[in-house]
Design a protein around this ligand. Structure first.
Ligand SMILES: NC(=O)c1ccc[n+]([C@@H]2O[C@H](COP(=O)([O-])OP(=O)(O)OC[C@H]3O[C@@H](n4cnc5c(N)ncnc54)[C@H](OP(=O)(O)O)[C@@H]3O)[C@@H](O)[C@H]2O)c1
Length: 325
């Protein structure tokens, strides 16, 4: 892991940077760069409700093409499925030898964007949500980030990527920058999202809740046991790792975990994970995501509707005592 002691911030200090998008990552990255003394222009489509917020923080706001015009580095920080269209709209504005930046490798790795040959193509991918990236920066801390280079047309792509990561605060104590590749970042990120933390963990919580409720347990108790305790687990794992977490819980809990966990997550689960990894290595997932966006997100709408209408969500709301929608 590279930290500020090894990272040279100068390759970005005199550069002009355009950040396209002011959402989760765009807002955090633009503000961190601005506070690090970098000249930032935010590129937003006409009528964006976020223009006022960006201006209020002292950032120049322009259309995506105008922000990209003449910029040394243009970071595309809008939803992945919209990045190919955004790239097509700004390509003609990118100066020869400019750098194009990403926070996730999907569109480059699967060839949905084929950047002009004269451009440097870099990635700085903070390993967490934008709100946390910003909060950590304002607290004088940083968030771990991956850096990668897909195209080094000028020979200066790596120093620029590492300097950008430093300007985000990722080289500060407690964080660090890991050199990676677009392929490794993309495949591991999609795998985790589909098959581990964001895909499988909520599915395990739901399955546990449904099993208890089907056996006659009060749904509110089932929710408290199977869902609420996830935060306790996450905090312990973050602080002590999985081995330390096991040692921090009661002997009863530890014995149950040691004897039960791998009966649920067995070799058949790993085999299905390996099959999913194989699917992600092809471009099928990336193209399905683009198709989902082109059809106005039918699968995501249905998944959100189903989750809101579930017995698990009803149990959560009855524990809270008030609706939060
Ligand atoms: N979510 C995270 O914290 C996270 C973490 C690591 C990496 N990433 C990566 O960071 C990138 C950005 O993700 P995100 O979650 O930050 O995106 P996001 O919050 O959904 O991005 C919203 C911003 O994108 C703009 N936008 C959307 N469609 C656009 C279009 N067609 N043309 C121009 N602007 C458009 C929106 O414009 P309006 O203001 O007009 O609505 C808004 O400013 C992705 O590559 C993602 O994989 C995200």
């Amino acid at each position: 892991m590279l930290t500020d002691a090894e990272l040279d911030p100068t390759p970005i200090t005199a550069k002009t940077v355009a950040i396209i998008g002011f959402g989760n990552q765009g807002r955090a990255q633009a503000l961190n760069l601005h506070d690090s003394g970098i000249a930032v222009t935010v590129g937003l489509r006409p009528g964006s409700a976020r223009a006022e917020d960006a201006s209020a923080h002292g950032l120049r706001v322009a259309s995506p093409a105008d922000a990209a015009e003449g910029a040394d580095l243009v970071f595309l920080l809008a939803p992945d499925e919209h990045l190919p269209g955004i790239y097509r709209a700004i390509e003609g504005s990118l100066r020869p030898g400019a750098a194009l930046g990403f926070a996730h490798g999907l569109t480059i790795h699967y060839g949905l964007i084929e950047p002009r040959a004269d451009l440097d193509v870099i990635m700085v991918a903070p390993k967490g949500p934008g709100a946390a990236l910003r909060r950590l920066y304002t607290e004088g801390k940083g968030m771990v980030a991956l850096a990668a280079v897909a195209q080094d047309a000028t020979g200066a792509a790596w120093p620029l990527a590492l300097a950008y990561a430093a300007a985000l605060g990722s080289g500060r104590a407690g964080a660090g920058v890991l050199r990676s590749t677009f392929e490794q970042e993309t495949v591991s990120d999609l795998f985790n999202e589909s098959a581990v933390v964001w895909g499988a963990v909520p599915a395990i919580l739901e399955a546990g809740f449904e099993t208890l409720v089907a056996a006659g347990i009060d749904p509110r108790l089932a929710y408290l046991e199977c869902v609420t305790e996830l935060k306790l687990l996450a905090d312990l794992v973050a602080e002590r790792g999985i081995a330390g977490m096991r040692e921090a819980i009661s002997n009863t809990a530890e014995f149950g975990a040691a004897s039960g966990g791998h009966r649920v997550v067995d070799e058949a689960v790993k085999a299905r994970m390996a099959a999913m990894l194989g699917e992600l290595r092809s471009d099928a997932f990336a193209r399905a995501l683009q198709q989902e966006a082109a059809s106005d997100y039918p699968a995501l709408r249905e998944a959100r509707r189903g989750a809101r209408a579930s017995a698990l969500e009803a149990a959560r709301l009855s524990l809270k005592g008030e609706p939060d929608r």
